[in-house]
Structure formats: structure tokens, C-alpha cells
Ligand binder design. Sequence first.
Ligand code: GDP
Ligand code: MG
Length: 636
Amino acid sequence: MIVGTAGHVDHGKTTLVRALTGIDTDRLPEEKRRGITLELGFAHLSLPGGRTVGVVDVPGHERFVKAMAAGAGGVDLALLVVAADEGVSVQTREHVDICGLLGVRSGIIVVTKADLLPGLGEGWLELLETDLRALVSGTFLEEAPLVTVSAKSGAGLEELKKLIAKQADALAPRPSDGPAFLPVDRAFSLKGFGTVVTGTLLSGQLAVEEDVALLPGLEGPWRIRGIQVHGQAVKKVAAGERVALNLASVEAPQVSRGMAVTRAGELRPARVLDVELQLLPSVPEPLPRRSTQLVSIATAHVETQVRLLDVEQLRPGEKCFAQLRLSEPVAALPRQRFILRGSQKLEGRGATLAGGTVLALDPPRRKRGAGEKLKVFAEADEPAKLQWLLHEAGYRGLTEAELFAKSAMAPQKLARALENGGAQGRFVWVDKEARRLLDATVFAALSQRALALLDAFHGSNPEAAGLGREELRQRLAIPLEKTFGRLVQSLVDAKKVELDHELVRLPGRRRSFDSKGADEKGRLAALLESAALQPPLLAEAATQLRLGEARLQELLKVLVSEGAAVKAGDLWFHAGAIAALKAKLVAFLEANKEITTQQFKEMTGLTRKYLIPLAEYFDREKVTLRVGEKRILRKS
Ligand code: GDP
Ligand code: MG
């Protein structure tokens, strides 16, 4: 559980954290000198009831909203700190917007510096409360309690702690069964320890000795040497805690805020995000269809192009689907929240414009109508989301590991959903080993295309006994061999195609020759038979049969596929002659154990021109094994 501060600069956030926790979060010399928070500060707070929560103190100055957003991304409970003497100010409003957009779930409104109230006149506090209630109306703080405290005198602090404890107990824990995801907010090196990175673990779990990656850029794997929570060493940690990780091998200067710690090999950074976007009601102008903004997501902060899908503009307070094309990749989870900031400040509110939720990671470019498609995804339950993702993945499909990264579902739930989907015929397992699946409708469409393609092929190639497997795979543009194998097998099982060695054909669509073709094939077969072990070269045969070389090649392929001819080197032999020779050779080897090239020559009476291709053919066919200058019988 993480408590975070929010509110305008100088309203007393850091002082309040110090009064509650005893920890001064302004640790930089410059922060001490200027008396202002420049960076995120971290503390931990022991609550009545014994629970300890992490505390993130954010800078309130408008120049550091980027850091504030990075800190607010992991906050469960926000303390909106407002100085009694100053009241609602610019970053009070902007921080409420940011916390709301980032999905902070609960909060407490803290009016601080209460010791100044006596000097502010009758009714001042009442006016301030009215202002505050107006500000938070319609936001996540609408029902939030309001307390008045003084960090200076300590008044109200115990009540505030009780309220924090009550809200903390009411909050459901963050999901600890999804992918591990820890956006880095600090990295430093500690003498005698090495590199330490800190952040809030937003999802999943991490344990000592596990291998992690730092995304984007530092895939590692880096071993977790140690873990600390609230300054105490622990063996493992679950989502919702502030964590310090001691990592082996990686150098601190290589790591920066904006990277995320994930389990090694589990997630990949994304450059394009499908999102649902909401423009703040207070923004005066609609957001145009195309714009460039700054996005803060987890602890990363990058420029992005924003493309609204299917709408010309997004009006203040409304939602639509959009695609973000980031200037550099970021690590993100599905359902992750983010904010968009423009380059110009809005009157009284800062530059925060919009926020949203990540739907799909690294999707294809979207066309018109994509909004409808994303709406289906956004509203789908988990099994339907898997189906949607698989459908979008097309012929390539997705592995279980890829679906885990794209859905952030708990592994056991995911495995069950996939097994069920397979059993119910909604998904097709195309590679059990790699655990890859295709959407069943995609697989069915692929089958239809394969059958149509074969039908067209038979139509224009009546002499062919079928289409080569590899040729079929390429024409279907199926990237993965296993997927193609599964497709062919399913068509064979359904008796929709037949296999003939490397050829695939439709049942009953055997080769047919017209009388001229049949005559040519017959004469070629006769020529090979009479030539026995001394067949003519291609050119010679072409002259003898008065056929073109290309036609001859076609016919030879047919004879090979029919088992009537055998190709060895550049020569085609009659299959009967080869079979007879093989029998002789095997008999010789059984009697003599080995055969030299000279002995082979004597046995056949052939010259090297025929002998060498034949000897090599028998090696290739695994009849013989060559050992130096001799050949022996290969034991099969
Ligand atoms: P932050 O920018 O919101 O973190 O504000 P700080 O905690 O740095 O406080 C800003 C100024 O307000 C400092 O000079 C504090 O001493 C003063 N301050 C903070 N809390 C109180 C309080 O409860 N009473 C009074 N009188 N002054 C306070
Ligand atoms: Mg401060």
C-alpha cells in the first residue's frame, strides 16, 4: 500500500510527511538550501493497527509535474494537501486531475497549517472547505474525508493516521499474480552493495535470486541479489509495496527513471499503444484528430503522436479510442493508466490535458472503424479478450507467453482459459511445444484458402500430381512451419487433401495426361529403361526424343514422383536398374563387409561418370557409409 502526497508547492506536503513519519524526504542539498522539493521523496509510515505503508512525497512546483506524475503512478491513497492560508491553487487542481486520471483509488483531503487559522478570520475555514468540495466534485475524491491538521503543532495528526489506516484496510490489494512490473523511480550505487533500483511494484511478485530485465534497453538477465521493503531485507515481495532491489552486474548510471523491472524474458517494451482516452472537462478546446503531446506512463515520460480513431475531435470531458505512437519504446502493462500533457499551460490548471488506459500493446496501424474494434476489446471479459488478441494476431497466432504479456492475466487462469478454448474449438493449438495457438476462425479461413489454392492449381496444372508442400506454404504466406504442418494434418484428417510424399493434392484430383503427354512420358520411361545404369545426359535425351529440355525436366519429375525414375547427381536412372544394383551392392557388402571404388567399378563395369553419382546416391540414401576410400553397409 502506497500513500502519496499531492498539492501545490509550499503548502506543507514535505513537512506533513516528516511530522507523520519522522523522515525528511527532502534529501538533496539543493532541496535543503532552497526549501523546496525537486525530486520524489520516500518514507514509510507505521499506522495504528500495526500496518506499515510506503509514502511517496511529490514536488508541488509546476516545473516538476513530470516527477509528480512518475510518483503518483504507484499511489493507492492520495493525501491532497492544502495550506489553510492559501487554499486551492494551480497545482492543487492539476494534481487532483493527475491522480484521477492515473486511477488513484482513494484519498483524504488534508487542510494543513491549521495553526494559522486563528489569524485568518471567522468563516475562513468554511469558505476553504466549500472551495475544496467544489474542486473534488465528480472526482475520485468526491467522498473523501477532510481533516484539518498542523504539522507544526501536531494537531490532527493522530486522526489523520487513523483515517489512513481505515482507508488502507478497505483497499483491495494490487494484483500479485500478473506479470512482475516495477517502474524505476531511482537508481543509485551503494558502496559495498552495487546497484540499487527503487520503485513501486505495481503488479506481480519478485524474489531474491530471480533474473530480471530493465526495459527498455537492458534485457539482462540481471540477478536480484537482495530486496528491501521499508528498509528491511526480505526474500520476496508482492505488488503494492515500495521496493529497493539490489541487482548484480548492471551499472547504476545505465539505469534511469522510466525503465521498468520485469521478469527476464517476460515482457517487451512497446512503441505503439491502443488506448482509451479521456479529455479533462476543464480543457477549453477539443483535442484534434492528430496531435503531438507528452505522455507520462509509469515512471516514463516521452513525446507521442496521438491519433484519435474514428472521430474528428475529442470534446472536453468525453472519451474516445486512440492510438499513441511514442517517440521511443516504453515498458507498459495492459490496463496501465497514463496522462497526456500539452506544451501550453491551461488557465489555473497546469498543462495536463488528458489521460487514459492502455488496451493493446504494439498493435498494427489502425484504419477507420478501429474504434468499434477496440470498444469490443475494452468491454470484453478475459476469455473474449484472448480471442480478440488471437484473432488480431492472424496466421502467426500467439504463444501462451505472448498472451500472458499482452493480457497480464494470471498464469493459471490463462492456462485454463486456453485449454478450455482449445477444447471448445475456439482456439487451435498449432504448436504444442511452443504453446502457440491460432484463433479458430483464422485457422478455418486459412484452410479454405489452402483448398481454393489447390483447386486452382489442379485446374491449371492437370499433369501435376499435386503442389509441393513448401510451394503451398509460401503461396499461403504462413510464416511458421509448425503452423503449416498442423494445417496440412488437419486437412488430411478431414480427408480434404491427400499427401503424396512432398506433394499435397485434392482427393481424386490425380495427374491426368492427354494422349500426347502420355506418349511422351512413355517414350522417356522406355529410354531410361533401355539405358539402365548408363542413362543419357539431359541434352542427349532431348535430342533423341525430340523434346525441349524444359519439357523433359517436367516429365522426369513426374517419373520420379511416380517412383519410376531416380535422380542421382545430374543423371536420371530407371528405378528398376537402381533397385537391382542396390540388391547386388548389399549382397556384396554382407559377404565382404566393405567395398572399394575399384571393386564397385568391377562389379558394375561402369565408368566414373556413372559410378560416382551412384555411389554418392547410395550414401545419401543411407545404404552405405563412406569410411575413407571404402564404403561399408550402414546399419539401419
Ligand atoms: P511543500 O512544498 O508542500 O513540500 O511544503 P513544505 O513542507 O516544504 O512547507 C512549505 C513551508 O510551509 C515551510 O516553510 C514550512 O515550514 C511551512 N509549513 C509546513 N507545515 C506547516 C504548518 O503546519 N504550519 C505552519 N505554520 N507552517 C508550515
Ligand atoms: Mg515538498
